[in-house]
Design a protein around this ligand. Structure first.
Ligand SMILES: [Fe+2]
Length: 464
């Protein structure tokens, strides 16, 4: 096992996002031929990748904002039933290069590339990308997670580019992005084809206080936008506040849902509840209606009291003709990070998977269903039932990614992969669950040599 860039302590923790399950790691590791408990499915060849904030050199821990930490990607390469390697690497923005004592870029760097992406990592067009939002550029990564550099994925002449929750339509091969830049009078729907070339960009007029549009929804023929009370404070931005500290909740701002044809055209806005919509599970068309399954809460997470918000899984149904919105609660237990078999993106789905993470939603373990903490949940939305795979109470677990069985046919024929802290070893395991034997023991636990801090989103990127 090789360790590089040991940085020692990041500073005395005075911030819950710098300690415990969130504590950043201080070194980059390369480890080969990882030990496994169980059996890695031999038909899986590719990489499980996940990214999150991993700050370097925090000067004022009390003032540190978790979401602004520079990005670190963690990856495990799986081939022929073996876990060939684990690597973790910072995404090398100019600031990260400087903090690591590495040479600065030879030529000036686009100011939009000063942010080290930390929200999502995806594969597209045979390449690997680390993504963020709000106008910051994507970065391309190499197969072994080294930083290639800032890149033009989804970039348009207006300064927009692909953002974190871009969605791949596996039928057309198109990657759809809903990009926004604080202060711009419009957002942009950007379509990037299977080779990585932008084929269409449609401007969408937006209110002056740009809403925080972290996610959106895609159906076979429509794009759905969320305009919520969580919006950017332009005066604060102009005064020098960073994008993440210039976001505020305006209870006077109505909640709106916008529906636009994929091919462009006017947006039909419908008023709905003034909720914070963190993530879309999926959306699809059902006759004359759109069905959108999403995670909503009464407000955004309060960093000083994450348990104060209660994100639930809801189904919003929009009448295409009149715009009326019906809202139904599918599961009232606190959960987030919804995922599904990506082949179903924008089409009718039956199954979804979400994470209940005590460290992210601190009162998860106060819910009457006491098994519902540090768990991955499988939703069967046809039957209206759930199965819960529970981890140890001190085994923090994050988003689980669905990995289809390449020879499978059913929507849930495959596996869920997630990093889970293993308290017995003081390090993380990559846990592989069989989606059709969800509450059974994991198919495999791949033992990593180090902790993986709780982070954000990730992908299974199959080898070509
Ligand atoms: Fe997200």
């Amino acid at each position: 096992m090789e360790k590089t860039h040991a940085r020692g302590s990041v500073g005395r923790a005075a911030n819950r996002y710098l300690e415990g399950d969130f504590a950043p790691v201080a070194e980059e590791i390369t480890a080969h031929d990882l030990a496994v408990t169980g059996r890695i499915p031999s038909e899986l060849n590719g990489r499980y990748l996940r990214i999150g904030p991993n700050p370097l050199g925090v000067e004022d821990p009390a003032a540190h904002i978790w979401a602004t930490g520079v990005g670190m990607v963690h990856g495990v390469r799986i081939r022929d039933g073996r876990a060939e390697w684990y690597r973790n690497r910072w995404v090398r923005s100019p600031g990260v290069l400087g903090a690591l004592g590495e040479p600065a870029p030879a030529s000036p760097v686009d100011p939009r590339a000063h942010y080290s992406p930390n929200v999502h990592v995806i594969g597209h067009a045979g390449r690997t990308f680390a993504l963020v939002e709000a106008g910051a550029l994507p970065y391309e990564l190499g197969y072994e997670l080294d930083t290639v550099g800032p890149c033009d994925l989804g970039a348009t002449p207006d300064g927009f580019s692909a953002n974190a929750h871009s969605k791949l339509d596996t039928k057309t091969g198109e990657l759809h992005s809903l990009a926004y830049i604080p202060g711009m009078p419009h957002a942009q729907h950007i379509v990037t084809d299977a080779t990585g070339v932008v084929t269409r960009a449609t401007n969408i007029p937006m209110p002056a206080d740009t809403p925080y549009m972290h996610d959106f929804a895609l159906t076979e023929n429509h794009v759905v936008l969320y305009d919520t009370p969580l919006a950017y404070d332009l005066e604060a931005l102009i005064a020098g506040a960073g994008p993440d500290s210039a976001i505020g909740w305006n209870p006077e701002h109505p909640g709106r849902l916008g529906v636009m044809p994929r091919s462009g055209g006017p947006v039909r806005w419908s008023e709905t509840e003034p909720a914070h919509i963190s993530h879309t599970l999926n959306a699809y068309e059902d006759g004359t209606e759109l069905v959108i399954d999403l995670i909503r809460a009464d407000g955004p997470v309060d960093p000083t009291d994450p348990g104060a918000v209660h994100p639930t899984l809801d189904r919003w149904t929009v009448e295409l003709a009149g715009g009326a919105v019906r809202r139904n609660r599918l599961d009232d237990r606190p959960q987030d990070f919804p995922r599904l078999n990506e082949a179903m993106v924008s089409r009718p789905h039956r199954y979804g998977y979400s994470a209940a993470t005590a460290a992210l939603h601190a009162r998860v373990d106060e819910h009457p269903d006491e098994s519902f903490a540090n768990a991955i949940v499988k939703h069967d939305l046809h039957r209206g039932t759930t199965e819960v795979h529970r981890f140890a109470t001190d085994a923090a677990v994050g988003e689980a990614v669905f990995v289809p069985d390449p020879s499978g046919g059913a929507e849930d024929d495959g596996y869920l992969m997630t990093f889970a802290h293993n308290p017995d070893r003081g390090a993380a395991d990559l846990v592989v669950l069989a989606a059709q034997d969800f509450t059974g023991p994991p198919v495999a636990r791949i033992h990593l040599p180090a902790r993986v801090p709780l982070g954000l989103h990730g992908s299974w990127v199959p080898d070509a």
